[in-house]
Design a protein around this ligand. Structure first.
Ligand SMILES: [Zn+2]
Length: 137
């Protein structure tokens, strides 16, 4: 089920580009690359809470998450991948996959959304980075 007012349902998402459609979700690379490789994994259906998924969908989403994280690990060699779920403003179930690097931004602390626009990757570099992730999926 889709919600026509939802940025994730309509793919009217101006903050990311699609990397790939996975089993039950879409992997999106965020334009802000303050954390190299930061992605969002958005469930295909418009559900707002984890308990609204069924066991099969939940298992498939876990497989997608693992697959996406492994691809980020292999593509960017981070020291850790952080996973964050918020959604107050955009309640569609989605997770932030945030590669973290020793000595990099917020190492040892929760990641911070950079809304400054200072780290927006140009479209061609963003597509190149998305292509790199696709190679490891
Ligand atoms: Zn939605």
């Amino acid at each position: 089920m889709k919600d026509s007012r939802c940025r994730y349902c309509t793919c009217a998402d101006d903050i990311s580009v699609k990397v790939a459609d996975l089993e039950t979700s879409a992997l999106l690379l965020t334009r802000d690359q303050s954390y190299k490789g930061r992605c969002i994994l958005a469930l295909n259906d418009h559900k707002t809470e984890l308990f609204m998924t069924g066991p099969e969908e939940l298992a498939a989403w876990a497989r997608d998450l693992s697959r996406a994280a492994k691809a980020l690990w292999e593509a960017f060699s981070p020291d850790k991948i952080n996973y964050a779920a918020f959604g107050d403003l955009y309640p569609h179930l989605h997770l932030h996959l945030v590669p973290k690097y020793r000595g990099g931004p917020e190492w040892g602390r929760p990641f911070v959304l950079d809304l400054s626009g200072d780290n927006l990757l140009p479209p061609e570099e963003l597509e190149e980075r998305a292509g790199l992730i696709r190679r490891y999926l």
